[in-house]
Design a protein around this ligand. Structure first.
Ligand code: ADP
Ligand code: MG
Length: 345
């Protein structure tokens, strides 16, 4: 009889993002990095695919299949689907092993403006997915830990996490979030702006994936000395026929302008609410940008120009939150103060 190996719990850290879900397994590193997308058969609610495979189906599915993003507003907008998605990602870590495994402890990031009900929903989803204990941490705090900012010291740090559905602006100090702002303006809105621009200026209808590619390839937050252009294929709205157009960085910059302004203004407003002593620290240390949305070309320069503060982009903007949950997991007692306590617990 084969000997059963007893595998100790892989405690895990999770970044349940609106665009991407990442899982860190203690002792191993990042083991899941997939889009937060679930393809569902709308007739019988069957789940067809989760993650990368489901994202590939967006805009290509037959009518009865819906490629849903259950966290598209930054919170658990579809509880049941979120639960199944988490269960799948957590389960996948253990599926390879034919061993007995203990239920893991989970540290999971949540947006800073979630309600008690939503906190419970996340906790329940983790419990159903197999968690023994769940610790919640506010996403900007997890991101700050992941960027190795001195979150538990009295030094103030400012972090701006621009994701797909939400942007979190936060000033942290002494293990707590001192001032924060959470807005529903982020990468997705930039993608929609590109789609709107192509429709209005070129009568060209394009899909989300193409719009994202345009944003990432030629998009910029400030004028460029050597602007880029790229060819774009789509469907002409007037004729219904395929059509190709050439778009430039300048055009896309203008298309993104309104959303970029909203981001800049919310950073300025947060700075206005920040206590002067902490402003001093931020001036020295600089504002740190993270999240996939922070990769937009020249966004850091624009924010630096507008706030007159030094600005840096995190080393791995897509990994800050999950890395933070991992670091917290490795030393729960040191990071006790950064964890969210729930009412009635
Ligand atoms: P969330 O935390 O909400 O899941 P992410 O931090 O994963 O979001 O960031 C997703 C956003 O990052 C998307 O809007 C995506 O378009 C954008 N993004 C990802 N890679 C790049 C890139 N190379 N250049 C610009 N934007 C990017
Ligand atoms: Mg995120």
């Amino acid at each position: 009889m084969p000997k059963l190996r007893r595998l100790w719990a892989h405690d895990i850290g999770i970044d349940l993002g609106t665009a991407n879900t990442l899982v860190y397994a203690r002792g191993t590193g990042i083991v899941v990095d997939e889009p937060s997308v679930v393809a569902i058969n709308q007739q019988n609610r069957d789940i067809i695919a989760i993650g990368t495979r489901a994202k590939e189906m967006i805009g290509k599915t037959p009518e009865e299949i819906l490629a849903a993003r259950p966290l598209v507003d930054g919170v658990v907008s579809d509880f049941e689907v979120t639960e199944q998605m988490l269960q799948y990602f957590i389960g996948r870590i253990h599926r390879q092993h034919t061993v007995i495994w203990q239920r893991p402890r989970v540290v999971i990031g949540i947006p800073s403006d979630v309600t008690e009900v939503e906190k419970r929903a996340v906790e329940n989803a983790c419990a159903t997915a197999g968690a023994r204990e769940t610790y919640l941490v506010e996403e900007p705090m997890a991101a700050a830990v992941g960027c190795r900012l001195p979150v538990t010291s009295s030094t103030g740090s400012m972090l701006v996490d621009i994701g797909g559905g939400t942007t979190e602006v936060a000033v942290v100090s002494l293990g707590g979030v001192v001032v924060s702002r959470s807005l529903r303006t982020a990468g997705d809105e930039l993608i929609e702006s590109v789609m709107g621009h192509m429709r209005d200026e070129f009568t060209l209808s394009i899909g989300e994936a193409t719009a994202e590619k345009i944003k990432n390839t030629v998009g910029t937050a400030m004028p460029m000395s050597q602007p880029k252009t790229m060819p774009v294929r789509g469907r002409d709205i007037m004729t219904g026929m395929p059509k190709e157009a050439s778009v430039s960085s300048d055009q896309i910059r203008m298309a993104l302008h309104k959303t970029v302004r909203t981001l800049v203004e919310s950073i300025k407003l947060t700075l206005e609410e920040t206590p002067p002593e902490l402003i001093n620290d931020i001036m020295e240390q600089g504002i740190v940008l993270t999240g996939g949305g922070s990769i937009l070309r020249n966004l850091d320069s624009l924010i630096a120009q507008e706030t007159k503060m030094p600005v840096t982009v995190a080393e791995d903007p897509l990994y800050s939150v999950v890395t933070g949950t991992g670091l917290i997991l490795e030393d729960l007692s040191a990071y006790k103060s950064v964890l969210v306590s729930m009412e009635g617990m």
